[in-house]
Ligand binder design. Structure first.
Ligand code: FAD
Length: 354
């Protein structure tokens, strides 16, 4: 027996397989932290937290996917504190706006508290999983699912995981759809669920990271383009996050608009960098931004869902032990939306697996 079979040892402890260790998958494991359920998480990346991602380079930490977690409600505030306040930081400066012509104006001041961690936003999933009692297999991309009385997952190396009593699938909708297509399961339920999952479209975002050996001061942390008429959709200063950027340096996170990002998705950073830098220099009216001392980038093909999936087939699948969770289930491309959707799935699983 391989170590991956341990979740379904011959005792009667129910077992759950979770595909994906983003906010939703990690929160589901956290919700089950003191339940009598063996949780095994399969994650295709080397790290955790999915699109809430952090990189490290030359003394900088930078969040190149989700920028922060908003304390949207009391339960989010309490959960972040429960996970440990050490290294939990607040971004004090506000988000302002700019229009298609590049005119910058103050925001509406209605910003709720914006949080990340001094070591980056991936701390969210790391901390959720530190509190959970789950086995995590990184660099494990699930390719197909075998259904019967129980669920078995197979990765791209042909390795099997399970059998599990229930399954929670959390990748973005198009990747969840690919998995469902490769699932041997009740045809009628599968096609109803697939219709719901396939209906969710996504915006693509290309993040370009620009580092400079100087720091300018501004009254804002981030600038957002609400009218979608600028090539830049979002620009923010990572140095506003305590612990992210050494003194006297600056690191800009530039998220290009969905149209621009989709058009240039396959082009190299070298090809697009000067256009992005020119746009930044023009927007900030400072030529020094044309020449970063280093740059990085990441394409997010499935960055933000445009809407929510139909809830009925999702709930119907749960009768067979197949659960899905993530931002696309609620139709809101926000970390707290994904997190609480995963958490609530975990709570339903706790009841179902009793
Ligand atoms: C550029 C960008 C900026 C954003 N800005 C913000 C922001 O400022 N604030 C905010 O709240 N939200 C923001 N978001 C949205 C936020 O990141 C997401 O809503 C949230 O992280 C989604 O979490 P999730 O768990 O649903 O999905 P994901 O984070 O996508 O997690 C799914 C996980 O499944 C894994 N996976 C996929 N396929 C497989 C497979 N076959 N086998 C195994 N594992 C698999 C993935 O690697 C991933 O770790 C932003 C997103 C992007 C891309």
């Amino acid at each position: 027996m391989s170590d991956t079979d341990s979740a379904t040892d011959s005792d009667s402890t129910p077992s759950l397989g979770v595909v994906g260790a983003g906010a939703a998958g990690a929160a589901a494991a956290y919700a089950l932290r003191d339940a009598d359920v063996d949780v095994t998480i399969l994650e295709k990346s080397g790290g955790v937290c999915g699109r809430a991602a952090t990189r490290r380079r030359d003394g900088c930490y930078y969040d190149h996917g989700a920028n922060y977690v908003k304390e949207v409600d009391e339960r989010t505030t309490s959960l972040l504190a429960e996970l440990g306040t050490d290294g939990l930081v607040e971004i004090d400066e506000p988000v302002w706006t700019f229009d298609g012509a590049g005119e910058i104006t103050p925001g509406d001041g209605r910003d709720s508290t914006k949080r990340t961690w001094s070591e980056g936003i991936t701390q969210l999933a790391k901390r959720l999983l530190n509190h959970a009692d789950a086995t995590l297999h990184g660099r494990t991309r699930i390719e197909s699912i075998d259904a019967g009385e129980t669920w078995t997952l197979t990765d791209t190396d042909g390795e099997d995981y399970g059998p599990f009593d229930a399954l929670l699938v959390t990748p973005p909708a198009p990747q969840t759809a690919d998995l469902l297509r490769a699932t041997d399961w009740d045809d009628e339920r599968r096609s109803a669920l697939l219709d719901a999952v396939d209906a969710v479209s996504y915006r693509t975002i290309r993040t370009v990271v620009l580092h400079y050996p100087f720091r300018e001061s501004y009254p804002w942390y981030g600038l957002v383009n609400p009218d979608y008429e600028h090539a830049i959709g979002w620009l923010s200063r990572e140095e506003c996050k305590p612990g992210h950027v050494p003194d006297d340096e600056s690191l800009l996170i530039v998220q290009m608009s969905p149209d621009w990002s989709a058009e240039t998705y396959d082009e190299s950073l070298e090809t697009i960098q000067s256009e992005v830098c020119d746009s930044v220099a023009t927007l900030l009216d400072d030529d020094r931004y044309r020449d970063p001392d280093w740059a990085d980038d990441q394409g997010w093909r499935y960055a933000l869902p445009d809407g929510a999936a139909d809830a009925d087939p999702i709930r119907a699948a749960e009768d067979d032990g197949l659960y899905v969770a993530g931002d696309w289930v609620v139709g809101e491309g926000r970390v707290p939306a994904a997190l609480w959707n995963g958490y609530e799935a975990g709570e339903r699983l706790r009841t179902a697996l009793k």
